[in-house]
Design a binder for this molecule. Structure first.
Ligand SMILES: NC(=O)c1ccc[n+]([C@@H]2O[C@H](COP(=O)([O-])OP(=O)(O)OC[C@H]3O[C@@H](n4cnc5c(N)ncnc54)[C@H](OP(=O)(O)O)[C@@H]3O)[C@@H](O)[C@H]2O)c1
Length: 308
């Protein structure tokens, strides 16, 4: 059963924390952009269509598309400079990939030295064809990470006006709170979906809720596995979500986005699709809430057992 989206669909806005950046409630993830095969004009049209839906925040990383996605997006901003002031740009740094674009990298590794954070942010600005990032995240916790050095690099970028807000990604509660004591962090971007519910149970979300900081959510549809995984647990989960969606006359994925956004830590999901309809379906998930029974039915199917 397909359920049409309302014509007046519009994404609300959210502030990640007191004094933090204002983002759209749904953020458009650009990780897969090289797969979309869009011309510059198609990239501009896609960004415009996202803005029309109220999805004004775009998630990047230096490494996406083998160090290529920021440049593709930057080409669109260069061709249509008026877009920049209508959107928020998020990027990440700290992973060094083996790539023909970075022949000096001998092994895949992390680098959270102050010198690398500043150089990577400056390269993101060049690639994105902009003078500022709204939010810069450390992509992964680095065993060699020196919290004081990261805080100092963030402060330097802020004072130079190159980055307005900072955060992290894939950090544990303890790692987040350690860095947040040294420099104000605006979010922790983590993986979460009905097929990956760990952040609800390992204190990640509880810790952020306590600090009144909204997490950002990557792979909210489990990277597409929610639709096509043949695993028995995933098949049952799919049936439960589908039954809920049909009863509520909502698209399947809207129910998943609603289920995520209902958490009191106010998660901000990222989309992963280059199809504007899929972005609309995510936005529709911000327009309704699930009854507790329905929310827990999805949790039960996700975990394969009742709560105790
Ligand atoms: N911080 C990190 O470490 C990290 C890691 C990974 C990702 N991210 C960010 O999170 C963003 C989202 O991650 P994700 O791409 O894994 O998100 P996702 O929404 O879980 O997965 C997107 C995939 O699901 C498919 N999909 C979406 N709607 C569908 C539908 N109705 N039916 C069938 N397939 C559907 C998409 O295919 P179509 O393209 O055909 O729609 C796409 O291949 C990324 O773009 C990136 O910005 C961050």
């Amino acid at each position: 059963m397909t359920h049409p989206l309302p014509a007046d669909l519009h994404c609300p806005r959210v502030t990640t924390r007191d004094g933090g950046p204002e983002l759209s409630r749904i953020v458009a993830g650009m990780w897969r952009m090289t797969e979309w095969g869009m011309s510059v004009q198609q990239r501009i049209a896609f960004i415009e269509q996202c803005i029309a839906l109220g999805v004004t925040s775009f998630d990047h990383a230096d490494i996406y598309g083998d160090y290529g996605v920021e440049g593709l997006f930057g080409e669109a901003l260069r061709a249509q400079p008026s877009l920049r002031d209508r959107i928020e740009l998020v990027s990440k740094c700290g992973i060094k990939l083996i790539s023909s674009k970075r022949p000096q990298h001998g092994i895949q590794h992390y680098d959270t030295t102050g010198a690398h954070i500043v150089a990577s942010a400056e390269e993101s600005l060049r690639q994105l064809h902009t003078d500022r990032l709204d939010l810069l995240l450390i992509h992964r916790p680095d065993p060699l990470m020196d919290f004081d050095e990261v805080a100092e690099a963030f402060n330097r970028l802020k004072q130079a006006g190159k980055v307005l807000h900072f955060g992290v990604s894939n950090f544990t509660r303890h790692q987040f709170e350690s860095l947040n004591r040294r420099v104000l962090l605006s979010t922790n971007q983590v993986e979460f979906s009905p097929l990956h519910s760990a952040p609800m149970f390992d204190e990640t979300f509880d810790g952020l809720q306590d600090l009144r900081i909204a997490p950002m959510i990557w792979s909210p549809l489990a990277g597409g596995r929610l639709f096509d995984s043949n695993d028995a647990g995933a098949e049952n989960l799919r049936l439960v979500i589908k039954e809920t969606a049909d009863r509520l006359r909502q698209p399947f994925a809207s129910v998943v986005f609603a289920w995520i956004m209902q958490l009191p830590s106010r998660p901000i999901p990222l989309t992963g699709s280059g199809r504007i309809e899929a972005i609309g379906v995510a936005v529709a998930g911000s327009s309704f809430t699930l009854e507790r029974d329905d929310w827990f039915r999805i949790l039960r199917a996700a975990r394969g057992h009742e709560v105790a």
